[in-house]
Write a protein that binds this ligand. Sequence first.
Ligand SMILES: Nc1ncnc2c1ncn2[C@@H]1O[C@H](COP(=O)(O)OP(=O)(O)OP(=O)(O)O)[C@@H](O)[C@H]1O
Ligand SMILES: [Mg+2]
Length: 374
Amino acid sequence: MGFLSRKKPKPAPVELQEDHPIVDELQQMEEAVPIRDETAGAAGPVSDSALPPTGGSPPSSPPTADTSESEPAEEVVEEPALNAQEPDEEEGDARMKAVDLIAPTRLDFLAEKEADEEEPVKTAEVIAFANQKGGVAKTTTTLNLAVAFAESGYRVLCIDLDPQGNLTMSQGIDPDKVEKSLYDVLVNDIPISEIIVKREIDVAVASIDLAGAEIAMSTKIGRERSLEKALKEVAGDYDFVCIDTPPSLGLLTINALTAANKVIVPVQCEYLSMRGLVQLQNTLRMIQENLNPDVRIEGILPTMLDSRTIHAKEAVEILEENFGDLVFQSRIKKAIKFAEAPVKGASVLKYDSDSSAANYYRELAKEVLSHGSA
Ligand SMILES: Nc1ncnc2c1ncn2[C@@H]1O[C@H](COP(=O)(O)OP(=O)(O)OP(=O)(O)O)[C@@H](O)[C@H]1O
Ligand SMILES: [Mg+2]
């Protein structure tokens, strides 16, 4: 019966249609598993309707008339697995290939990233001013050196990473009145550009709540890199970024050292002030090993030098014996102007531009620039 129907495409077996039970059975099977094969469809009752949208014939689909029965049966069994790929090749790139779904090879985001990385031709030199000892002129040096750079035509951003907000105050900004500060940048990830205030130089301001930043950041993933990340937004806008740090080696200072290319270490010329340098060096080594391999000490700066005292001279000698070339040639001598200027909300270079106090920092700027910065 089936054999005859294949040989002759239109046998019209009328006498079986009405009452033979196999006809009903066949129809039920075909409705349950619709047949897609169009060549075979000419002979079947559901050939013109209800074609499934996706490819793949049911394994039991009938073979074509001229071929032997065994060959097509094998093809039909194997093809469904390959069929998922073949139509994609014909359709071009419009559809993802099965291979891509299993192991995605979309690398456009990498290409974008590479383009981003190539673009900023010149980024700021980031200098952290650090010493865990208090009152050694970190803030004074950060601000006045920054202003000296600006006098020489460089674009400078100062970052006040100290909850005391002394640098912010030294530019005439009240840290108690700022709405957003570095706290929001480090903890809430707001753009750093939102907290930059323009004064003699641009200042990313501190507020008292920065004191809580270390605890608030402590559970954050990548907490040591928060400042580094934030600085990327503005790195192309400045030649120098000068970071004032608090008198500790906590998370705020670690953020500064991680973001920095260079560290300047102000040291008061007293024996006790120099003892902490070893601890600072150890911290820096840890940062180099784990977070920022490129950071290095740009120089150790003797500050508040009272050249009249033998003790101060001896202290500088000890510094040079122990740290050699790392000690700057420049010396920042004691001068009352340094205490007076912040009261006026100005750097010493603005407060008394012709003073020798102002010139100490101009000399230091020359020395840093001669080291190859910017
Ligand atoms: N060369 C100097 N001669 C005299 N006074 C100075 C000199 N440099 C800084 N000072 C004064 O010493 C005090 C401490 O300086 P500064 O605030 O810069 O130190 P600091 O290291 O930032 O302190 P802290 O660790 O508290 O942040 C300030 O009152 C400042 O005006
Ligand atoms: Mg300070």
